[in-house]
Design a protein around this ligand. Sequence first.
Ligand code: 9MR
Length: 470
Amino acid sequence: MISSAVRDRGRTRARSGRRAALVAAVVSTVAAGMVVAFAGTASAGTTLATAAAEKGRYFGAAVAAHKLSDTTYVGILNREFNSVTPENEMKIDATEPQQGQFTFANADRIVNHARANGMAVRGHTLAWHSQQPSWMQNMSGTALRQAMLNHVTQVATYYRGKIHSWDVVNEAFADGNTGARRDSNLQRTGNDWIEAAFRAARAADPGAKLCYNDYNTDGQNAKSNAVYAMVQDFKARGVPIDCVGFQSHFNSASPVPADYQANLQRFANLGVDVQITELDIEGSGTAQANSYATVVKACLAVARCTGITVWGIRDTDSWRASGTPLLFDGNGTKKPAYTATLDALNGGTPVPTTTPPPTTPGPTTPPPTSPPPSGGCAASMTVQTWTGGFVATIRVTAGAAGTNGWTTSVTLPSGATVVNAWNSQRSGDTGTVRFSNVAYNGQLAPGQVTEFGFQATGVPPAGSPSCAAS
Ligand code: 9MR
């Protein structure tokens, strides 16, 4: 199972002692009448994935399919990471080399490896001016618009339920001070090409988070201001966008901006998640280590910064290997940048959980649909229905001890069948269907909430989901 695969990576031994300390800390905090409790004061993740998970984040790497036969590479990948991004294998030239002919073999190798090893997958990328196959490069106008939308639909549909976040559109804004869109054949189909791509992606995979992804948007500047205005406009008009990816390719000419955290925060304040999607920092030694720590701390300080992906594993795997920008050297040995990253993950502010003072009544809407989460967890469900089907969103709230994992059960009426689920591992599709956490959402601090969903045919259940914590 995905959940146990990750959980077993070094967590189990520390669990009971830390759980007891955590409960004691929460109990004494509540007894003192304080409003905010902090879970897990003594974090000790021993890998990037477990340390990030303790802070409610994923930690990913860009992966190349042809390296999955390299045992050193795979050893590090499986030990340290719980999310992967195919570095090139989901791009347009890779997945639709001839118009209408889709090839997923290399991307599937990465997706299958990830799923077999309890890792989530970031999809990269559905619509981009670059790495277009020659047939697309030569297209324009309505034909190109239709071809782009068909590509988005076909690829997102093929991977429906397997992708936690899609970079729907990549790098659509120009560099420099204009704040303009980048000129490209896609842009020349009309300024609404981006929102059209997002709408097509939502229709194809309603469970994936849909991101806009770009570089040189890591600090506040004309380019990031333009992206900000677009996201603000999309949110105002109901265009489906869930997240913004900040590539974060840094070097001495383009260091981590001083306002990096503030920039992440202002996007988060628009009501989207933010993700660090392609992190690499050229350099070595302490300077490089400090820069990595700065980036990690910034993400941890922004509640909606949901995860970090580094753009490769060893320096020699990097698209700019000569800059030695990654966390492992060419031999696969941990660099000072690795240690700084791990320490920053472990030392960051634990996920804050707001607990009401003892005299404050609990929230009444929506009502808890299973027993109050005093020790385990509670689940509540909302549904959107249409003729013949529905999408259910289930909120899991951890009880006073937090969770290392959770399972909810939903009993469907006769005739209802689950067709896909996201942010959870499903067993069964009719009758009583069980949904368990996946790698990045099992570990919840007391009171912390996570959501998953599923799509089904038929009519929704009348009853409420149950929840069990582990
Ligand atoms: O790392 C990728 C490299 O192997 C490819 O040759 C290159 C081709 O465009 O793309 C690299 O990845 C890019 C990513 O898809 C988008 N942001 C910039 C990345 C580095 O160029």
